[in-house]
Write a protein that binds this ligand. Sequence first.
Ligand SMILES: [Zn+2]
Length: 397
Amino acid sequence: MLRISAGSVHPVTAPSIADGAVLVDERGKIAAVGPAATVAAPAGARQLEFPDGTLVPGLVNCHTHLELTHLAGRNRETAFARWIREIRAMKDAATPEQFSRSAEQGVRAAWAAGVTCVADTGSTGAPLEALARLGGRGIYYQEVFGPDPAKCGESLAELRQAVGRLGPLASRHLRLGVSPHAPYTVSDALYRAVTDYALREGLPVAVHLAESREESEFVRDGTGPFADALQARGITVEARHCSPVQYLGRLGVLERATGWLCIHCVQVDEADIASLRDAGAAVAHCPRSNRVHGHGTAPLAAFRRAGLRVGLGTDSVVSVGDADLRAEADAAGLVDEDALRTLTIEGARALGLDSEIGSLDVGKDADLAVFSSTNLHQPPPSSTALLTVVAGRVVHG
Ligand SMILES: [Zn+2]
């Protein structure tokens, strides 16, 4: 058993507690939370005390690319379509060992930032393997690419093979999903085929959607840098005369999907937001990445007004340079309890995991983090946690 006391405890779903404590049972679940004087200290329980610390639920990072951790600071390309192509080239040059080390480094950096759950997209499987090896929590979405409709069968077969290989690593703490990457890398046929497959297998789905203006131009007009690149490969590009969100809606994939995680959603209007809400989608909001790439600002207030589930994500360290999730709340203009809720229970809700994590409630898994108390409302330059616990196990600090 583990008993952690702190100068202030923020359950998120209940008022904050001064001089509080949390008791974690042998199954890694929260057994008690309250004023320290009322929380039992069973004989033999490991006791950790942070009189000047702030104890919060573990943070939930709704969008990462952990396999790219080793590429931090290495892509200087500024035009987005070229930046994406450069990432592809760098990935082609990396070895499986590099991806493995990179993913492991990414998991540890997340824990150091107080993050206890990640929603990661990748193509190598290394992040899921690292999470399984190190005992982390998260959802790993295996990416699938294929802009050429003639190669749909081939892409789907590769996806099924990857899912078959990685499936045994899924557990109570680790889920495996799929990610048809983005409208400019996935054909109509492949979107439909992956949706059918995911529904059949009960796999969660994440998609990069409505991120750049170039993507909107590609979908609406069939022109721009993404169209040029596909046409150079002999792939026919069609103008869809609609937004990326409406495009997925017309394909019938959003409506049939059960709660897709839509990453970015910057280039959206009120009709798009209503469509996302009606489809039960959630949004992974990545304000710093959107800013760095010059995509603009996602309409967080409108998402919330519409009742969309929204969590925050750091995106890859290649884009933003670090995995500091609290800096995303800052960049999103969120403060105090609102920031903390969005980083914890709202992130968990966006991933469909709020019955297991996201708040300090008796019976939930003990995912939590302790920060020095001055850090809670004013993110410091580096939001390093003093302690990070996943399912009752100390993973950092
Ligand atoms: Zn991304």
